[in-house]
Ligand binder design. Structure first.
Ligand SMILES: C[S@@+](CC[C@H](N)C(=O)[O-])C[C@H]1O[C@@H](n2cnc3c(N)ncnc32)[C@H](O)[C@@H]1O
Length: 383
């Protein structure tokens, strides 16, 4: 329950790298939802889908050519026509459900064969597969180090103290919980995840004496964020790379608020885009993240009714460009193994879908020197 004596939240801090970049050239009501912009967005989406389908169906398009196309076309869209990056009306609106298409998302994305994901994302004794941005800009030399540095930064920004109870909302393979448990001998972590396959991986670690997930200080909740009802409140809540699957920000923030102690803090880390509207693509919606969207960088702070943003940061997209580039190299280098696994479709078709995905997203993040499409971090307290 919330305390009646609410602490005064600190003054919101916007870090130096977090200034808005693009003026709202096409804001809702002034064009983004208008028929001309919608038609142009549909045409652009059709052109991108045409290229994607050609590649998926076997067209030989060199990687450098595709990267060059994205690097040339995307910056003017970010700067002058951001509304064209929202191909469907739902991208601009909050959905009815917290997360739409959750079972489709698990099928096409999060329950794919584990050996492929281990190879692509990396699977080390402390850093388990982690499917979110690594931090390279402070000098990481490899993927594992970039992910460890990213988690260290999350720990600092969430101000985790030994003894905290922590909820990881969308915990993946338990990489972040395991790392936090290793750094703090008295924290307790609860992880929520809908993916049965990722939960299977976590349960193996929970029975492995080498893993901190077996320490008795970790609890796994296998379930859907749409339905979950937390029995406890936590000192700290962390959510990394999950809110691109949240269609209803207000409802999700309300759910997090209900699970946060009165003086607790939450840190949401998500892909964001520093334009005036949210962004998606027909290709990712169809093949990679059904109903996935990148929220405008200002979207979370604008939903102040349950949790209030007290600090915010923008992480340059170059960090994610390098992470995606490394995942792609690791995927390409593992063909002998990954081509033998069952993806529910012809393997060559799967390989091409995933190569297009990693090429497209990686290049998007690096376009315009990473200043538009990067990651946002938001530190929130009770409003
Ligand atoms: C991009 S991954 C990030 C995982 C982890 N936080 C990390 O950084 O590696 C997104 C995670 O959200 C989970 N997820 C997506 N939709 C969900 C839902 N409706 N309910 C619960 N978990 C969900 C996925 O299964 C996956 O573990």
């Amino acid at each position: 329950m919330r305390s009646t004596l609410k602490p005064t939240p600190p003054t919101p801090t916007v870090c130096a790298s977090d200034q808005p970049l693009a003026p709202a050239l096409l804001t809702p009501g002034r064009g983004v939802e208008g028929p001309v912009t919608r038609t142009m967005a549909a045409l652009l989406n059709a052109a991108q889908m045409g290229l994607a389908e050609a590649y998926v169906n076997g067209a030989e398009i060199p990687d450098d050519w595709m990267r060059g196309l994205v690097r040339t076309t995307l910056p003017p869209l970010f700067r002058h026509w951001p509304g064209l990056l929202a191909p469907y009306p739902w991208v601009l609106q909050e959905s009815e459900q917290l997360a739409e298409s959750a079972s489709d998302l698990m099928r096409v994305q999060y329950n794919l064969p584990q050996p492929m994901l281990n190879r692509m994302l990396g699977d080390w004794p402390t850093i388990y597969p982690k499917y979110s941005m690594g931090l390279w800009e402070t000098g990481a030399e490899d993927l594992r180090q970039s992910q460890a540095l990213m988690i260290d930064q999350l720990i600092d920004r969430l101000e985790i103290n030994d003894g905290d109870s922590i909820l990881d909302f969308g915990c993946g393979w338990g990489c972040i919980p395991n790392y936090i448990l290793a750094r703090f001998p008295n924290v307790r972590v609860t992880g929520l995840n809908l993916s049965s396959q990722q939960c299977d991986y976590v349960r193996v670690k929970m029975n492995d004496p080498e893993s901190l997930l077996s320490s008795g200080r970790f609890e796994l909740i296998e379930g859907d964020m749409n339905a979950v009802d937390f029995q406890n409140q936590f000192d700290k809540i962390l959510s990394v790379g999950v809110f691109c699957h949240v269609g209803n920000l207000s409802g999700a923030l309300q759910k997090l608020a209900s699970a946060l102690k009165p003086k607790g803090q939450a840190l949401i880390h998500i892909i964001t885009v520093r334009i005036s509207n949210n962004m998606s693509s027909g290709f990712t919606h169809k093949y990679i993240f059904p109903h996935g969207r990148y929220w405008s960088h200002d979207a979370i702070p604008s939903r102040a009714n349950h949790l209030k943003t007290v600090k915010r940061w923008y992480l340059n997209g170059r960090n994610y460009e390098r992470t995606f580039g490394t995942w792609l190299d690791r995927f390409d280098a593992s063909q002998e193994l990954v081509s033998t696994l069952d993806y529910g479709m012809d393997y060559e078709r799967f390989r091409r879908i995933w190569r297009f995905y990693m090429l497209l997203l990686g290049t998007n993040f690096g376009a315009a020197d990473g200043e538009f499409n990067g990651n946002g971090q938001y530190l929130l307290v009770h409003a």
